[in-house]
Design a protein around this ligand. Structure first.
Ligand code: FDA
Length: 308
């Protein structure tokens, strides 16, 4: 493990520093920048504010992977409450969930049945459930669950998945998902993967991201392109213009609090933009784990603090 990674993992587990972060003004200012609060009300407030700016949202309740059925059911309950509130408040919002929070790590059948009940709930109120993609060991089981639920009567269009451009398998997955008209969020991929299954170089991930974006745009189904990278965004804009694909046929997605300038510019230019809003009491570990996964995010953080 790299020294930086060990450093942030140690920080994520350090109780005094955690206490300081959670209770100091500095800690709260970091939290409020990247995490929309610690409870549903605060997350809904952030969603309302963004909706007023013309930005769509997806809400994610932060939490650890479940290790017991009760934990998975409790995690799902938060999303049921969110879906009710999204409908009651008339928000332009959907939810993004992680299947390990729903029990995928120890009982795939439980994760599928919990996810099915969330998708049925979303479908009943005209909302949508996005399944975030975790590390590659979970890719096939995640795709199987998404396909299975999408094929059930009345549920097509209420569930979508995420595909990571760093994996060699992704072109095949995208072609298959597009044939089935399943809504895909394309991202570069946040997990460290072995070179046997993933592009080791950033330039190759970027080229693959552009290639896969074009396949998604050509598919005719509605998809999300998730990146803060100006070059990726420009490539997508140019390809869509060249092929006369209207901006209403896809959306750009970015993290809450990151490149807000870019988010607003794209809205002004007529694109659909969706912000991914994480919330929950577990924001400190979430933030530190993101830094541990990508220590270079510290540089982004310092460089972009005033631009974000
Ligand atoms: P990349 O990291 O290549 O950086 C390129 C440029 O973008 C930088 O030079 C900088 O200008 C800008 N930039 C990038 N990050 C920035 C930041 N934090 N602040 C300021 N500027 C920044 N991953 C995954 O494995 N599974 C998933 O389900 C998801 N879901 C997801 C949803 C959404 C809405 C987003 C935006 C991202 C994800 N991801 C994800 C994460 C994704 O895989 C990836 O790790 C990050 O988006 C960073 O990659 P970028 O394409 O943004 O740019």
């Amino acid at each position: 493990m790299s020294p930086m990674r060990s450093f942030f993992i140690a920080l994520s587990q350090n109780k005094p520093i955690r206490y300081f972060a959670e209770h100091s003004r500095f800690g709260r200012s970091i939290q409020s920048r990247f995490v929309a609060g610690t409870n549903i009300e605060e997350a809904l407030h952030a969603a309302e504010v963004l909706n007023r700016l013309g930005i769509l949202v997806t809400l994610n309740s932060l939490g650890e992977r479940a290790t017991q059925p009760d934990e998975a059911r409790q995690a799902a309950e938060v999303y049921h409450q969110l879906l009710d509130r999204i409908a009651a408040c008339g928000l332009k919002a959907n939810v993004s969930i992680k299947l390990t929070q729903m029990g995928l790590g120890f009982d795939p059948a439980l994760a599928e049945s919990i996810t099915l009940s969330l998708v049925e709930h979303a479908s009943a109120i005209g909302a949508f459930v996005r399944i975030d993609m975790e590390d590659s060991s979970l890719a096939q089981s995640t795709l199987n669950i998404v396909r299975q639920i999408h094929s059930m009567p009345g549920l097509a269009g209420s569930i979508g998945v995420v595909i990571q451009a760093n994996l060699y398998r992704s072109l095949g997955d995208i072609e298959q998902l597009s044939d089935e008209q399943i809504d895909v969020r394309l991202c570069k991929g946040a997990y460290r993967e072995p070179h046997s299954i993933a592009f080791p170089n950033k330039a190759d991930v970027d080229s693959n991201f552009i290639r896969l974006s074009c396949v998604l745009l050509d598919s005719g189904a509605y998809h999300g392109i998730a990146t803060h990278d100006k070059e990726m965004i420009q490539a997508v804009e140019s390809y869509a213009a060249q092929q006369a694909i209207p901006p209403s046929h896809f959306e750009f997605q970015m993290f809450y609090g990151v490149r807000r300038d870019l988010q607003r510019r794209l809205v002004r230019e007529g694109y659909n933009v969706r912000a991914y809003i994480p919330f929950g009491a577990d924001w400190y570990s979430f933030f530190m784990r993101r830094l541990a996964e990508h220590p270079d995010n510290v540089l982004y953080f310092v460089k972009n603090f005033f631009r974000w």
